[in-house]
Design a protein around this ligand. Structure first.
Ligand SMILES: [Zn+2]
Length: 151
């Protein structure tokens, strides 16, 4: 039987998640999964005072290493979810090239000081204008950044 595993999983290393990373691994083992993939958030320059999406990368890398030693019965993969913004190309590439990530999700959560999940994208614009801006940013991202496995 093929078991499909989720390749978009967050833990306490993400600013929007409180679940201890050990608990996720234990649950994955309980469920009989052969692997678990973490893709915790890294958004440089995220425009909010309320939430921080900057991962403590050294701790994250070290923790994954320890989990791999502790839980031999499951493959623990180290991914990351990058928040793309056009002026962050070099910073993002530096991070991605400095650690052996198994999987990279490229997301667009914010740009030009706009958090996409607040609805600010549509302020002073028609719905079409807001969506157009979003897709133009997505197009720019796809054309200028390919250091990832999935957008
Ligand atoms: Zn995510």
């Amino acid at each position: 039987m093929n078991i499909i595993t989720d390749h978009h999983v967050h833990s306490e290393f993400s600013g929007d998640c409180n679940t201890p990373i050990d608990d996720v691994v234990k649950r994955a083992i309980e469920l009989g999964l052969k692997e678990v993939m973490f893709t915790d958030h890294q958004d440089f320059d995220y425009p909010s005072d309320e939430i921080c999406f900057e991962i403590n990368i050294e701790e994250y890398v070290e923790k994954i290493k320890k989990l791999r030693e502790k839980y031999k019965e499951i493959d623990i993969l180290m991914g990351i979810e990058i928040g793309y913004q056009p002026d962050l190309n070099d910073k993002i590439n530096n991070l991605l090239n400095s650690h052996p990530f198994d999987f990279v999700i490229c997301s667009i959560h914010a740009w030009n000081d706009i958090e996409l999940d607040t609805g600010d994208l549509f302020k002073g614009k028609t719905q079409e204008e807001g969506y157009r801006e979003y897709f133009e940013n997505l197009k720019y991202c796809v054309e200028h950044f390919d250091n990832c496995d999935v957008y």
